[in-house]
Design a protein around this ligand. Structure first.
Ligand code: NAP
Length: 324
């Protein structure tokens, strides 16, 4: 039976993720800073108190409950945020920064560091860190949330470094964005784009954590299964399910511009089309499909995922109709 440890499991996404993993047949260590009603309801899990801001508490927990046993999946989910009005340019404080960084940034760093020997004992270990799309510097078009945003950007950076350092050990590290989720993180926050924690957790599991591995290590994923930029302005949209050719990979975090789109050839194995959400970039991508160019990989990049999705649909329609 594989073993997972989930932080922040007393409520919200962490609680729902622990339930998903129990159903998937994991032995689950479900931990939070308090053993509240959520943890008490996870009857099949081993529940415990673990404050992720305290390296001593993390070590103590490991020595007492996990010892030298292997951990197959570590999910760093614990997080805190301040209401927007308390975390603005004018209002945020050093105290807010310290509290938010302690959980969102130091937490995943030191939980992962302490449990590394246990992860290395598993032949299939994996680390997930729930950060947030607001931690993407390239995707920041609305400002605000100074402590929260920067704590998540730093967590993305930590996850990326861990991914590089753990490549040789064959331990993938995935950065996870759950989307807008109704939870106690920001009480009262709601809207048409919000989902319940159960949906966020089951989609993060099925679309990302379960299916992504070493070839995606260090990358940042939306719960719906598309890649997000950690830092730079490129947004890669995976192209899949096209009848012809087969598009399989995403392009990620390359210096701008990685390829001059006007110099694209249509015959080699891989293609990257920048600025593909609209205008010339979008037309180039569609022309590519119309020419039935053979490629194992085509990646569209641009700043707006909605536009890329639109281009992707047009390519799919074009590719299908030029096959007939
Ligand atoms: N909700 C969203 O829209 C959204 C969007 C993007 C990313 N996220 C991220 O998703 C993760 C889960 O958030 P959520 O929405 O499920 O919120 P949540 O329901 O508030 O869950 C966060 C959990 O982390 C726990 N926690 C806080 N400080 C801790 C500490 N020092 N040690 C251990 N556990 C601690 C909380 O305990 P207490 O209840 O005792 O504070 C809570 O159980 C967070 O990292 C959050 O930043 C959420």
């Amino acid at each position: 039976m594989p073993t997972a440890l989930v932080t922040g499991a007393n409520s919200g996404i962490g609680f729902s993720f622990a339930q998903v993993l129990l159903k998937e047949g994991y032995k689950v260590f479900a931990v939070d800073r308090h053993v509240g009603d959520g943890l008490k309801n996870l009857r099949e899990a081993s529940v415990g108190e673990l404050d992720v801001t305290s390296p001593d508490a993390i070590k103590e927990f490991r020595d007492k409950f996990i010892q030298d046993d292997p951990i197959d999946l570590l999910l760093n989910i614990a997080g805190v945020a301040m209401p927007r009005e308390k975390d603005s340019l004018e209002s945020t404080t050093i105290d807010t920064f310290e509290k938010v960084f302690a959980v969102n940034t130091y937490g995943p760093m030191f939980v992962s560091q302490t449990l590394l020997p246990n992860l290395m004992k598993s032949p299939n270990a994996k680390i997930g860190i729930v950060t947030s799309r607001v931690g993407s510097i390239g995707d920041n078009t609305s400002g605000g949330m100074y402590a929260y945003r920067s704590s998540k950007a730093a967590a993305n950076s930590i996850g990326r470094s861990m991914a590089m350092d753990l490549k040789e050990k064959n331990i993938p590290v995935l950065l996870l964005h759950p989307g807008f989720v109704r939870s106690s993180l920001l009480p009262g926050a709601d809207g048409p784009e919000f989902v319940d924690p159960e949906e966020a957790a089951s989609k993060l599991w099925n679309n990302v954590v379960k299916v992504k591995g070493m070839s995606e290590t260090g990358t940042f994923w939306h719960r719906e299964g598309h890649e997000l930029p950690c830092i730079l302005t490129h947004l890669a949209a995976p192209i899949s399910n096209m009848g012809y050719p087969s598009f399989t990979k995403t392009y990620h975090n390359q210096p701008y511009p990685p390829i001059d789109p006007t110099r694209l050839e249509l015959s080699a194995a891989g293609r990257l089309i920048t600025g593909a959400g609209s205008g010339i970039g979008s037309s180039a991508a569609i022309a590519f499909a119309r020419a039935r160019a053979k490629a194992k990989i085509v990646v569209l990049t641009g700043p707006r995922v909605e536009n890329l999705e639109d281009t992707k649909k047009k390519i799919e329609t074009t590719a299908r109709s030029s096959e007939k």
